[in-house]
Design a protein around this ligand. Structure first.
Ligand SMILES: *Cc1c(COP(=O)(O)O)cnc(C)c1O
Length: 229
């Protein structure tokens, strides 16, 4: 019951943020981030009618998805992906949010080709240039898009970012704006196998600001499932 009411509250907040800023709330998908949460909690959300879930760790995700059913939900991979796990990400996930090198894109393409899938991916940008964070640098991302669009078993569906945590979510706004600018820049190139449909940005603390700046995928964990250990 708590999960259901949390999801409802977030949908209300998304709607209010969209309305305030002239965005279309129906274009925003709420991804419930279920990393380190038990499958029972995911099932509870599914039973409440929720469909999109985000996971960070391949091994953990495979176990949960096998249990709950690959087709029972839309699965988003939002963690750091190593090339040697690309095979599993392709098998289990509808959208991979965290592609940040051409090498990784190439390996995902190779694995997708093997099973006859067009894998949807997002390019992750290290928008705040933090040394500890994954994601391509701003200066590299256009070039990565230009190279990645040659892979016929990939569809580049947009960009993803994860700004630092700020006590005041307003401080994240400049990063969300910047990600949108980069996506427009890439859109103008009219690359094959590419459409800048999605901006994956905003988490529990700052998703309303992200929606105001045009997020189409918000990734919310704590505000739905509670704090993680
Ligand atoms: C864990 C995680 C989230 C969810 O964070 P919350 O603050 O719990 O909402 C979103 N995106 C990514 C990439 C994550 O790793």
């Amino acid at each position: 019951m708590q999960i259901q009411s949390n999801i409802k509250k977030i949908h209300d907040d998304i709607r209010a943020a969209a309305q305030k800023s002239g965005q279309d709330a129906s274009r925003v998908t709420l991804i419930a981030v279920s990393k380190r949460k038990p499958p029972e909690m995911i099932q509870e959300a599914i039973d409440a009618g929720h469909r999109d879930f985000g996971e960070n760790y391949i091994q953990e995700a495979m176990e949960k998805i096998d249990l709950l059913g690959r087709k029972s939900a839309t699965w988003h991979f939002i963690g750091h992906l190593q090339s040697n796990k690309a095979k599993f990400a392709v098998k289990y996930f509808d959208l991979i949010h965290t592609v940040d090198t051409v090498k990784l894109a190439q390996e995902i393409n190779r694995q997708a080709q093997k099973i006859g899938k067009i894998q949807k991916i997002l390019l992750q940008v290290n928008i705040s240039r933090e040394a500890t964070k994954s994601g391509a640098q701003e200066s590299e991302v256009v070039d990565i898009a230009k190279q990645t669009c040659r892979f016929d078993n990939l569809h580049v569906s947009g960009l993803m970012c994860m700004p630092p945590f700020f006590d005041d979510p307003e401080d994240a706004r400049i990063y969300f704006k910047r990600l949108k600018q980069i996506s427009k820049e890439i859109e103008r190139l009219n690359l094959p196998n590419t459409a800048m449909t999605h901006l994956s940005m905003g988490m529990s603390n700052d998703f309303t600001v992200a929606v105001e700046e045009g997020a189409t995928l918000v990734r919310v964990g704590t505000a739905i499932f509670g704090a993680r250990q």
